[in-house]
Design a protein around this ligand. Structure first.
Ligand SMILES: *Cc1c(COP(=O)(O)O)cnc(C)c1O
Length: 217
């Protein structure tokens, strides 16, 4: 299987309203070009240095998604071009994004990462923190940041019931606040669990290995 047929197969399978982010982390420029030449524009990376390098090398109409844990002192490197940050996991980070967006005279779109698995290795706000923040209107204070929805990562597990439960909990939170806070995006699902995620209303899936093959690092 090659990159183009992998992409085509997935696009044929998923509903039209679901955005496919091709996760290109660790993969070379040439493989991204292959997908780009086939018409794909949305790519995801999880490391700032790699993201900045690829953004400089590649066509400027690519829409870059930051999907990994983001340190505050690195926001400045991506603030001028980033399309969507999926991984906002603290208010301090949100404040730094606000600051850098203002410097760059743009509005940056973000998703709030929610800790749906409670795995110790994962980041994100808890459900109760989100409920409080939503009710407090804290998120509405930001002028240069637009909060577009939520992102969640399910447990690394073969237990489809558990994964579905975690995704549907996040969908319930999304449904609860989407009208009052004008949320449009629910980013859930990776190569191993995107079908479950889509059943739970996900409209952004982040797939790496299903498109580019396994990563060796
Ligand atoms: C690496 C990564 C993905 C893609 O993982 P695959 O299993 O290769 O599809 C999706 N989301 C995040 C946050 C990632 O870090």
């Amino acid at each position: 299987m090659d990159i183009i047929s992998n992409l085509q197969k997935i696009k044929n399978e998923i509903p039209k309203n679901v955005l496919l982010v091709a996760v290109s982390k660790t993969k070379p420029i040439s493989e991204i070009i292959t997908a780009y030449d086939a018409g794909h524009l949305h790519f995801g990376e999880n490391k700032i240095q790699e993201l900045v390098f690829k953004q400089e090398e590649l066509p400027k109409n690519i829409k870059w998604h930051m999907i990994g844990h983001l340190q505050r002192n690195k926001v400045k490197y991506i603030a001028s071009f980033i399309y969507l940050i999926h991984s906002v996991d603290s208010l301090k980070l949100l404040k730094e994004i606000e600051k850098q967006a203002k410097i760059n005279k743009r509005k940056i779109n973000v998703l709030i990462q929610v800790d749906i698995s409670k795995d110790s290795t994962k980041f994100g706000f808890s459900f109760s923190e989100i409920r409080e923040l939503m009710k407090s209107n804290t998120f509405k204070m930001f002028e240069h940041v637009s909060i577009k929805g939520f992102m969640g990562m399910a447990s690394y597990s073969n237990d489809k019931k558990l994964i579905t439960l975690q995704f549907s909990n996040l969908n319930n939170l999304f449904e609860k606040f989407k009208k009052s806070h004008s949320l449009n995006y629910l980013s859930m699902g990776m190569s191993s669990d995107y079908r479950e995620a889509i059943k739970c209303n996900s409209n952004i899936i982040r797939l790496g290995s299903n498109i580019f093959g396994n990563r060796n690092k």
